[in-house]
Design a binder for this molecule. Sequence first.
Ligand code: COI
Length: 375
Amino acid sequence: MSQAQATGESTLSYPLRFALTPSTTARAEAERDAILADPGFGKHFSDHMVTIDWTLDAGWHDARVMPYGPLQIDPASSVLHYGQEIFEGLKAYPHDDGSIWTFRPEQNALRLQRSARRLALPELSVDDFIESIRQIIAVDGDWVPKGDETSLYLRPFMIANEVFLGVRAANRVSYHVIASPAGPYFADGVAPVKIWLSTEYSRAGRGGTGAAKCGGNYAASLLPQMEAYDNGCAQVLFLDGETGTHIDELGGMNVMLVYGNDRIVTPRLTGTILEGVTRDSVLQLARDRGMSVEERDVSIDEWRDGVASGAITEVFACGTAAVITPISQLKGVNLEIGDADAPAGEITLALRRELTDIQYGRIPDRHGWLTRLDS
Ligand code: COI
């Protein structure tokens, strides 16, 4: 239960109005275009950001769009000590007619609410969340890159910033949205990646924060992620914390196994796995293709035996940042499953193409997943 619910106060009942303070140091068109021509991932940021404050007494208030810049954080601010923080990731996509769209933003809004409940933070309404995204596009829409499969990555996040060192949920919180022009998450684009199996570390445990999108989950993945890099792999794969036999998820994305043309298998949502919006969308697209979808426990033995017998034909990672990225090989201590040089699989590429075709408005949005942001 969030603090607001605990006190009976509703933070969900009114639409916020945003005040705008335009940046006086906004980048010139030529500088922005140079950034947009080769944005990379997460390196550059647009000229403005959104901030909304929350206090236990006043609820959400002072919604504003302001120049992008450092936050003033007191050194005793609780987020710096106890990690009471959550975030989201979604993208603004350019369409050929110049309009700007996003993908299933209400799902991100609802997940932010679920994360907020788990981290004892206040919930932001779905409408206010989507409005905060619209506001940043209204002022920084020119930061949406136009290049092939580029987008403006939107990063909403919420931090506890009460100045207090006692360990309890903070009475003062802020929500922000920043925007970052983005190319592919992995440097090699859709080239297949190798994955490292962590057997020493878990990402989440029963009753923990695995299903919440909180910074701590990602911080805990960094040491095993370094192990992955040391072994020539792009991401780390975690096993379930309880038995250490089932696959959970990667450091920052979900994982799926493809059985021929007709079946796709992914770990079920046990509370330790992030409920990926891309994960859910890919499963829907697979069903639309007539594939059967199985959300269940998947053991490493199943992965190894399935690849050895040829039953498992493709494996891929999926997430907002990663979109759909083929996995060629799983490596671990005394373990190698799959061929490091294997090309991207057909189903993987077909699902990726279909998903991005919808996101970029190249085919009809038959599930009503898109929301226009610039009107
Ligand atoms: C995303 O896919 O949006 C993520 O949040 C993963 C990672 C960049 C943290």
